[in-house]
Design a protein around this ligand. Structure first.
Ligand SMILES: NC(=O)c1ccc[n+]([C@@H]2O[C@H](COP(=O)([O-])OP(=O)(O)OC[C@H]3O[C@@H](n4cnc5c(N)ncnc54)[C@H](OP(=O)(O)O)[C@@H]3O)[C@@H](O)[C@H]2O)c1
Length: 290
């Protein structure tokens, strides 16, 4: 039995990842992470409505990525459910994310939240286990607008969490008009948080050679995170080229069960490797590294 935890799984791409795992992998048990247990229960109910056999294979795990206490409780509940095996998890999908709020709020979920989940959950992963960090093409887009020095910093394979943390803390002190002067483009909160999440994924993989850790963008997907964008542009999701959550889950399923080339890389929604400093459109040749 392969146990997999997906964070932020009560809706959107996270829920589609859970559904994809249940549909395609009979040998998997999924912990459906949700910060609100009622929203988690409703999501589990919707899955059981599609296939009653799934109810035994999905468990709601209350989990708020901004709270150490919540994560500790989640880890304890997960271990108890797994019969107190020392390394009960095969996979971890860091999917929870937000595009709303101040830079501090966005970093707290997208980057510090990812780090918090990994600090708590990585010891529970078995050797060869998979970690998939759902970041975004906004990360490489952000890096592409940075100065050469800032690019070198964010792409440095030796960059560790303490230096990245110091960098994010410094960003939090900057006024809106100071980002450009520091070589950080427009300082867009979401892109900055995802560029840092990509940098973190790279360093995490280096620190944990026993695991297979990769990041990815799901593509441009119709969810609550993007729907507002479509609404405000006056165009329909189809006109904007938004795809379904199931299509967004594809690359995550590939990184969980497929054969990615190693660890510490970033993948596009077409399951091909992509660079961290510029956008690569789906369907174009894979990035081959430096
Ligand atoms: N949609 C896209 O086009 C797109 C593109 C690139 C990357 N992504 C990334 O894909 C991931 C999923 O996004 P989505 O589009 O599916 O958005 P979504 O529908 O808004 O789902 C976001 C999920 O994250 C959860 N979440 C937010 N804050 C949390 C917290 N503090 N603790 C635990 N869970 C939390 C939400 O829970 P609640 O329901 O309780 O709010 C929800 O389950 C995100 O990391 C996003 O940045 C999306």
């Amino acid at each position: 039995m392969k146990r997999i935890l997906v964070t932020g799984a009560n809706k959107g791409i996270g829920l589609a990842i859970v559904e994809g795992i249940l549909l395609e992998h009979d040998d998997c048990h999924v912990f459906l992470g949700a910060r609100d247990p009622a929203r988690g229960a409703a999501a589990r109910e919707s899955l059981s409505g599609s296939n009653s056999d799934w109810s035994e294979r999905v468990e709601v795990l209350e989990l708020d990525v901004t709270s150490d206490a919540s994560l500790e409780r989640a880890a304890t509940a997960l271990c108890a459910s797994a019969g107190d095996e020392s390394q009960p998890l095969f996979g971890l999908v860091n999917n929870a994310g937000t595009a709303e709020g101040s830079l501090a709020e966005v970093l707290e979920v997208n980057t510090y939240g990812m780090h918090r989940v990994c600090e708590t959950m990585l010891p529970l992963l078995q050797d060869g286990g998979r970690v998939v960090n759902v970041t975004s093409a906004s990360g490489p887009n952000f890096v592409s607008e940075c100065s050469a020095d800032q690019q070198q910093f964010l792409l440095d394979p030796e960059l560790d969490w303490s230096r990245l943390d110091a960098f994010m803390r410094e960003c939090l002190t900057l006024g809106e008009d100071e980002f450009a002067a520091r070589g950080l483009g427009s300082g867009a909160s979401y892109g900055l948080s995802k560029a840092c999440a990509n940098a973190y994924s790279q360093s995490l993989a280096r620190a944990h050679p026993r695991l297979v850790i990769n990041a990815c963008t799901p593509g441009f997907i119709e969810t609550d995170l993007t729907r507002q964008l479509a609404h405000s542009s006056g165009r329909s999701p189809q006109e904007l080229g938004l795809k379904s959550p199931a299509e967004g889950a594809r690359v995550v399923l590939f990184l969980l069960f497929g054969d990615p080339e190693g660890s510490g890389h970033y993948y596009g929604s077409d399951c091909r490797r992509s660079p961290l400093d510029r956008y690569r459109a789906p369907g174009t040749p894979a990035y081959r590294g430096q």
